[in-house]
Write a protein that binds this ligand. Structure first.
Ligand SMILES: CC(C)(COP(=O)(O)OP(=O)(O)OC[C@H]1O[C@@H](n2cnc3c(N)ncnc32)[C@H](O)[C@@H]1OP(=O)(O)O)[C@@H](O)C(=O)NCCC(=O)NCCS
Length: 154
C-alpha cells in the first residue's frame, strides 16, 4: 500500500537521486529542494511503499490564484506502473480542494509519453503549449484539470 506523507530535509539525498533517475535535464537540485521545503509556497510530498521512498511530488501555490500547479512528479524506475503516480495525483486533487483551488495545472514535455498518458488517464486536458520550454528545447504541453472546490460541495 502506498502512503503519501510530507517530505522533509532528511529526504533530500533520496529525492535528488530520484531526480537523476527520472530526468535528463531541468532537474531539481538539492538546493532547490531545500528552498521548496523551507521557503517557497509549496507542498513537497513523498510516496512510501513498505517504508521505502518510491516517489515524490512538488505542488506550487500562489496566494492570488485558485490554481495549484504540479511542478514535478517522479517515481523510482523499479516501482513504476503500480499506480503510485496516480495515487499522488489523487492526493494533489485533495490538496487543491482543501486549499479551495478549482484547477490543477502542469507542464509536460510533448515527448514524455509515459507522463502524457498518466495525465490523460487522470482527467487532464491540454489548453496550450510553450515551444522551447525545457533546457533540451522540448515543447511543453500545458495541461489542466478542473476541480470542484470545497465550498461548492453540498
Ligand atoms: C510518469 C511517471 C511519474 C508515471 O509513474 P507511475 O507510478 O509509473 O504511473 P502509474 O503506475 O500511477 O500509472 C498511471 C497511469 O499512467 C499510465 N502510464 C504510466 N506509465 C506509462 C507508460 N510508460 N506508458 C503508457 N502509460 C503509462 C498508466 O497506464 C496508468 O493508467 P491507468 O491507471 O489508467 O492504467 C513515471 O514514469 C516517472 O517517474 N517518469 C519519470 C519522471 C517524469 O517523467 N515525470 C513527469 C514529468 S511531467
Amino acid at each position: 500500500m502506498t502512503h503519501i506523507a510530507p517530505a522533509d530535509l532528511g529526504d533530500i539525498p533520496q529525492l535528488t537521486a530520484l531526480e537523476e533517475q527520472s530526468f535528463s535535464c531541468d532537474r531539481i537540485s538539492r538546493r532547490q529542494f531545500r528552498y521548496l521545503m523551507t521557503k517557497a509556497n509549496s507542498i513537497v510530498v513523498k510516496a512510501e511503499h513498505n517504508g521505502m521512498l518510491t516517489g515524490y511530488m512538488v505542488l506550487l501555490r500562489r496566494k492570488t490564484s485558485r490554481k495549484l500547479r504540479i511542478y514535478s512528479i517522479g517515481v523510482t524506475p523499479s516501482a513504476r506502473n503500480q499506480g503510485i503516480a496516480r495515487t499522488m495525483i489523487t492526493y494533489a486533487e485533495e490538496m487543491a480542494t482543501k486549499n479551495n483551488c478549482c484547477k490543477l495545472t502542469l507542464e509536460v514535455c510533448e515527448h514524455n509519453s509515459a507522463a502524457v498518458q498518466l495525465y490523460k488517464n487522470t482527467g487532464f486536458h491540454q489548453y496550450g503549449l510553450k515551444k522551447n520550454y525545457y533546457e533540451d528545447g522540448c515543447t511543453a504541453l500545458l495541461l489542466q484539470k478542473n476541480l470542484v472546490p470545497k465550498d461548492t460541495i453540498l
